[in-house]
Design a protein around this ligand. Structure first.
Ligand code: NAP
Length: 275
């Protein structure tokens, strides 16, 4: 089987490409860095020639409301059109658990638009909705930081390791389409404020976490169970505490870095690439 991973150079994409390759299938890592662009269409026809499966693990360079919606709508329309022309028989996409409960956020409106385009297309599909990656917890914490204070609601969250996301996606991609949605999550539920404290402590970050029922998840008001998957979700094995001790690459830092810095950096990088 030839499997094309769009976004195959990203956090999840690069892990997924390795897992598919190890299982003996032909795999193409497609992204602007490898000459394939799902927005302009550049390189898509060649990449998809002879492919049985496309896995979409792209992400938008900008998370600004209008930009992220435009990214996922344009990218998904292009992928579906080129995949149909190439006779691809399975479209797999990575989305987020609870998307319909998080529509206050432009990012989630964009992910829902992506899902809906896939559902109305003629290509058999599998949508995999994952919970928040362990690797993303720092960004969630940074977003809710003001000075040295992090204000977090005590909502439940069931995060998972990017490795476990890639494992689950690989299994879905190598099996027949489900024509529906599969939920995946981590092995343990936490409260958001508790998770933030664990993450900061592991990085020897001195910010103080305040539990605040009016606090927000990434700027969004969340109900207690908005972020957790239902009971049929497939659960990864990696525990957050194990992952924390294993991620030795994490430089200790007591300095809060607001997410606006991270987003601005991504935007600057993408503008650099475009110019
Ligand atoms: N963060 C979370 O906790 C979470 C939870 C559930 C689901 N998800 C979903 O997981 C997906 C992947 O996330 P990630 O963290 O792995 O993303 P990432 O590391 O930011 O990688 C994004 C990938 O998209 C590619 N890309 C960007 N613009 C593109 C374009 N025009 N054409 C083709 N490829 C393009 C990038 O290619 P270059 O390297 O060439 O720029 C890169 O390979 C996202 O859709 C996100 O919604 C995330």
């Amino acid at each position: 089987m030839k499997i094309v991973v769009i976004g195959g150079t990203g956090l999840i994409g690069s892990k997924l490409v390795n897992k598919i390759r190890e299982s003996g299938h032909e795999v193409v890592a497609a992204s602007p860095n490898t000459g394939v662009n799902s927005i302009t269409g550049h390189g898509l026809a060649d990449a998809l020639k002879g492919a049985s499966v496309v896995v979409d693990v792209t992400n938008s360079p900008s998370w600004e409301d209008a930009a992220v919606l435009k990214f996922f709508e344009t990218s998904t329309r292009n992928l579906l059109a080129y995949a149909a022309a190439a006779g691809v028989g399975h479209h797999v996409a990575l989305s987020v658990v609870g998307t319909e409960r998080l529509l206050q956020g432009g990012f989630f409106r964009a992910k829902l638009a992506q899902e809906n385009l896939i559902k109305i297309s003629r290509i058999p599909y599998s949508i995999v909705r994952a919970t928040q990656f362990f690797e993303f917890v720092k960004q969630i914490v940074d977003y809710s930081t003001e000075g040295n204070t992090v204000r977090m609601p005590p909502a439940l969250i069931q995060p998972m390791a990017a490795d476990d996301v890639a494992n689950a996606l690989a299994r879905v991609a190598m099996n027949p389409p489900v024509n529906g949605t599969v939920e995946i999550g981590g092995p343990t539920q936490f409260r958001l404020d508790e998770l933030a404290r664990l993450d900061l402590a592991a990085r020897q970050d001195l910010r103080e976490v305040i539990s605040d029922p009016r606090g927000r998840y990434y700027g969004i008001e969340v109900s207690e169970r908005a972020l957790v998957p239902d009971k049929n979700a497939i659960l990864g094995e990696t525990r957050f505490e194990t992952w924390l001790t294993q991620s030795a690459a994490r430089p200790p830092s007591a300095q809060p870095q607001p997410v606006s810095v991270a987003v601005a950096t991504r935007e600057a990088e993408s503008q650099e690439r475009a110019s």
